[in-house]
Ligand binder design. Structure first.
Ligand code: NAD
Ligand code: G6P
Ligand code: MN
Length: 444
């Protein structure tokens, strides 16, 4: 097949993940030829720095690829085949506030879960809609946006309501990262796993993990109940290998002991072990601080090295599942390969009992113009109850953003399983409103 080389725009070009994504794309070589990579961001200074690393990656692996770095949407998106979106509205400074405010009230402080996720959602809905509108205005009519921008569950619901026909597919790398660890435990390549899964983003369960047609859940259950989601040796991959991620993967051990039926998404720790998570959190130093001191700092150090040596450094840059996954999804869609991946799509009866307009995370075959979902069916009361509660909390948040309603926002925070009462919800919400001035729509 003669493959048309792709134009790929990356929105949130200044992200810590940009270089990894670009490298993963370029590593596909002739399987997925790339003509141009366009970096787009609203923070020019940050993106220009990251572009030094991206330029180095391009020159090292595929110097024929044209790199454009811009803050102009028209330049970024014109005639694009794909837009990879990974914006962080408010950057790490606002992530810090999302994590620290709830902790001061004894609640989980996390980027995408609980009160922090709701606050991040309120900031992200309208900038995401603006990005989609740029894509629809400038890119090819066949262009797909693959969206990693968090909180993906809330973004997906808002986009489904405001731009129901837009070619946007929301994705998350956590299930793939979990599959990588499960594959390590089984001693196989992660691409050999065939999984079934249901839930919402950062809120779901693996119901089947097969290798060559053989069900591996019993073996995995036993392993996770003893060791968590880790091999007995260290997880080697750079992505998700820091102490807090190791702890997160270990926390699947008590979860799997209490609820052995299915394999949980790691993010369920924040809902099912909220008290322990809070007890082990430091309200003065959260994951945002770790990321700034580790991933972001390492990236800026690498950029400095490249700059000082004029690009003459050895490429030790690791490509993790994050970059590989978005490249795999794009490739399946570009060439209508209909490969099976977990993605976030409208329910439309896939999970019985959830509304049709719930955005659910399920397996689907990814084609050029269409995503072909795979039916899930009935889920029993425990899962149904958890899913409904989380879904309605997220839906109230989207209602609040679209209607500018304080009361709906309070309902969203009150319904969230990580928040114990309406009065705590109100205190957190009021502090979030203060902290998010200039980012949130006005709530009346
Ligand atoms: P980062 O802060 O390093 O990068 C985000 C970039 O987005 C920044 O350069 C920022 O200036 C830019 N940005 C913010 N608003 C923008 C807008 N309106 N238009 C264009 N650019 C804008 O953040 P990061 O840690 O690298 O993460 C990037 C995003 O990817 C976050 O939303 C994060 O939550 C998400 N993420 C998602 C997954 C997933 O599984 N879905 C996995 C990893 C990261
Ligand atoms: C996983 C999740 C992402 C999340 C990321 C945070 O990959 O799927 O949605 O953004 O973790 O990782 P960090 O290292 O920034 O805490
Ligand atoms: Mn995710």
């Amino acid at each position: 097949m003669n493959k048309q080389a792709q134009i790929i725009a990356i929105a949130g070009g200044g992200s810590t993940y940009t270089a990894g994504i670009v490298k993963a794309l370029l590593m596909k070589g002739e399987d997925f030829p790339v003509a141009e990579i366009r970096l787009y961001d609203i923070d020019k200074a940050r993106q220009d720095k990251v572009a030094i690393l991206v330029d180095y990656v391009v020159k090292t692996h595929a110097p024929q690829v044209k790199l454009i770095v811009t803050t102009e949407p028209e330049v970024a998106f014109s005639q694009a085949d794909f837009v990879f979106a990974q914006i962080r509205v408010g950057q790490y400074k606002m992530r810090e506030s999302d994590e620290k405010i709830p902790l001061r009230h004894g609640c989980v402080g996390q980027e995408t879960c609980g009160a922090g996720g709701l606050a991040y959602g309120m900031r992200t809905i309208f900038p995401m809609i603006a990005l989609i509108d740029f894509m629809e205005r400038y890119a090819k009519a066949t262009c797909w946006m693959l969206n990693y921008s968090n909180p993906a569950a809330i973004v997906a619901d808002a986009v489904n309501r405001l731009r129901p026909n837009a070619r946007v597919l929301n994705i998350c790398d956590m299930p793939v990262a979990i599959q990588r660890n499960l594959a390590n435990i089984l001693g196989v390549n992660r691409y050999a796993l065939d999984v079934e899964y249901f839930g919402l983003n950062h809120y779901g369960w693996f119901t089947s993990v097969k290798v060559d047609g053989e069900e591996k859940i019993p073996q995995l259950r036993e392993h996770i109940q003893k060791f968590g989601m880790l091999t007995e040796k260290e997880v080697e991959n750079a992505c998700h290998s820091e102490p807090s991620w190791i702890k997160t993967f270990s926390n699947t051990q008590p979860l799997m002991q209490m609820f052995p039926e299915y394999i949980p998404n790691t993010y369920l720790q924040y809902y099912l072990m909220a008290d322990e998570i809070v007890a082990h959190s430091n309200p003065d130093r959260t994951r945002a601080n770790e990321v700034m001191e580790n991933r972001e700092k390492k990236m800026f150090d690498m950029i400095e090295q490249i700059r000082l040596s004029d690009g003459k450094v050895e490429d030790k840059f690791h490509v993790g599942v994050h970059g590989e996954f978005i490249a795999d999804v794009a490739m399946s869609m570009a060439y209508d390969l209909r490969q099976k991946w977990l993605v976030i799509i409208p329910n439309n009866g896939l999970i019985k009992g959830l509304p049709d307009d719930a955005m659910v995370e399920v397996p689907a075959l990814l084609g050029r113009d269409k995503v072909y979902p795979i039916q899930v069916g009935n889920v029993s009361h425990f899962y149904q109850g958890m899913l409904q509660q989380q879904l309605m909390s997220e839906k109230c948040l989207v209602d609040a953003a679209l209607e500018g309603s304080y009361e709906k926002a309070l309902q969203a925070f009150t319904l969230n399983k990580t928040i114990p009462s309406a009065s705590v919800a109100r205190q957190i919400l009021d502090e979030m409103i203060e902290a998010n001035k200039g980012y949130w729509p006005e709530l009346k």
